[in-house]
Design a protein around this ligand. Structure first.
Ligand code: ADP
Length: 507
């Protein structure tokens, strides 16, 4: 058979831990999936936007260059000497950095001479282009790297002219990239990278932003790329990470609540099991406690009835024993009945002003015989100036009787009992002191719990039901007082009752 705790652990494991693990795994998997799909979606959107932006840039650039070329064509067609017209035109076309017009046979038509080094750059390109590649006028080719543009124009008279120019990088950045990309409404950072991967333009400082993707420009900016960056902390991965943290946190709280719940249930269950055990002990103890005085009464009663005791002195003693045992019996029954009334919430107390000394002496009197028989040294010290105290005399007497009974029951070799009563700080303080077995500090709180007995009754060998001190505590608390114990094993015990002198107003 499994113990209740083993059963509980298995149940907790199966019913709580297993589902919690499944929830955790499912949550984790779905978060991973969500992370993957949101990343994918994000990249798709970024790509769409980048492609669109690149197209827009190219359109703008083509548009601007077409306008220049149209005007150039116009200048070639005009009557004015082309050189002056071209000078004029260039003054208003900042995008064109340096322009050369080259004739069919490679002769330089404009300007008069090559600027430093340009012959080396443009010469071979034009020669290449001139090899019959420009059949149609207006056809343009952008040469990668140096961003050299070649365009085919036709001079009056049908003679083809190659217009070769280099784009001015500042104007390109300012008038094309900035106007096109700077106006885009998006949180992402867009940058233009040249053929060598250098950043030519970026909408915001890239810093430690994360590269998401790049798209290539087409023919107007071959080998250049438009790159998309994500500011750190704003990437979807980060959002997902935050979500994961949130999920983990929430799950942690859930687990903590579950664990706390299990622990509480476990404790409750243990208490309940313990209580059941104590109750069954209680029944056994009470039955035993009842039986002993009964059998004594019966035995002495029968002996007397048979008339075998002729000695008057002996007879008197037998009567005394019968009386004493019946007193004990009724004390015991009172205890159990009161206890059950208290448990059922039916106990009531009748408060009347009571003289303390007679109450103490009266209670002790009931124990005269056992005290004398066991050789107890009894010391009663009641302050002479005690006022009457409002209390339920029967109940307080019963509490005292329980304490005295315990002092006798749990006595050791040194048999001494002291009862001390005085007023301290406006309260009646009654102490019952013995030199008996004493109680370990760890037990001090527990002994006032119902059914609790230190050690098992069979090992300790002293009879008891475990409700005596619970009753004492209940009675003093009903009087708005308290009971405490000072005790150590082998050193005896001091139980102290403190009761208010007058009944305080309720509430
Ligand atoms: P019981 O019927 O067992 O006496 P009580 O509630 O009166 O029940 O006491 C609870 C436990 O406290 C006892 O089992 C005993 O171990 C311990 N106890 C009570 N009074 C004394 C005392 N005067 N000296 C030593 N132990 C005591």
């Amino acid at each position: 058979m499994w113990s209740p705790s083993a059963r509980f652990s298995t149940l907790a494991l199966v019913a709580i831990v297993a589902p919690a693990t499944i929830v955790a795994v499912l949550g984790w998997v779905s978060i991973r999936q969500w992370e993957a799909s949101s990343e994918l979606l994000y990249r798709e959107q970024a790509r769409d936007m980048a492609t669109m932006a690149a197209e827009k840039v190219e359109m703008m650039l083509r548009h601007a260059e077409d306008a220049v070329l149209d005007r150039l064509q116009g200048a070639l067609d005009a009557d004015t000497p082309p050189a002056r017209a071209v000078d004029d035109l260039l003054a208003h076309a900042p995008l064109v950095g340096r322009l050369y017009l080259i004739g069919q046979r490679g002769e330089l038509l404009y300007p008069r001479a090559w600027k430093d080094g340009d012959a080396a750059i443009f010469g071979p390109l034009v020669a290449e282009a001139a090899k019959g590649k420009f059949e149609r006028s207006g056809k343009r080719e952008v040469v990668a790297g140096n961003q050299v543009c070649l365009a085919m124009l036709v001079r009056r008279g049908g003679e083809p002219v190659v217009a070769a120019f280099i784009r001015d990088p500042d104007t390109l950045r300012r008038e094309i990239f900035e106007t096109t990309l700077g106006a885009l409404e998006s949180s992402i950072i867009i940058a233009v990278l040249d053929h060598a991967g250098r950043t030519v333009y970026s909408r915001a400082p890239i810093g430690d932003a994360q590269h998401v993707l790049s798209v290539r420009f087409r023919e107007t900016l071959p080998d250049w790329r438009l790159a998309v960056y994500q500011a750190s902390g704003a990437a979807p991965r980060q959002a997902v990470r935050r979500q994961v943290m949130l999920f983990t946190g929430a799950f942690g709280v859930l687990v903590a609540v579950i664990v706390a719940g299990i622990a509480t249930t476990w404790r409750l269950m243990r208490r309940e099991t313990e209580m059941t055990r104590l109750k069954s002990d209680f029944v056994a103890n009470v039955s035993h406690d009842l039986k002993t005085p009964l059998s004594v009464i019966r035995m002495f009663g029968e002996t007397l009835e048979m008339g075998r005791v002729t000695d008057e002195g002996k007879r008197r003693e037998y009567y005394r024993v019968i009386t004493r045992e019946s007193e004990r019996l009724s004390r015991l029954i009172d205890n159990v009945l009161d206890f059950s009334r208290i448990e059922g919430g039916r106990q009531t107390y009748e408060m009347t002003p009571t003289a303390v000394e007679p109450l103490i002496r009266g209670t002790l009197e009931a124990f005269t015989y056992p005290l004398a028989q066991q050789g107890f040294k009894v010391d009663v010290d009641v302050a002479s100036d005690l006022p009457d105290v409002v209390m339920d005399a029967d109940a307080v007497g019963q509490a005292l009787a329980n304490l005295i009974d315990n002092a006798i029951k749990y006595s050791g070799d040194e048999r001494a009992l002291a009862v001390d009563a005085r007023v301290v700080e406006g309260r009646l303080v009654i102490a019952v002191i013995d030199r008996g077995l004493g109680i370990a500090t760890t037990e001090h709180a527990k002994i006032f719990e119902k059914f609790y007995r230190v050690g098992r009754s069979d090992t300790q060998g002293r009879r008891g039901s475990g409700v005596g001190l619970a009753l004492v505590r209940h009675i003093v608390e009903a009087h708005r007082g308290d009971v405490t114990v000072e005790s150590a094993p082998g050193e005896g015990s001091r139980f102290t009752l403190r009761l208010p002198l007058a009944r305080e107003r309720d509430g």
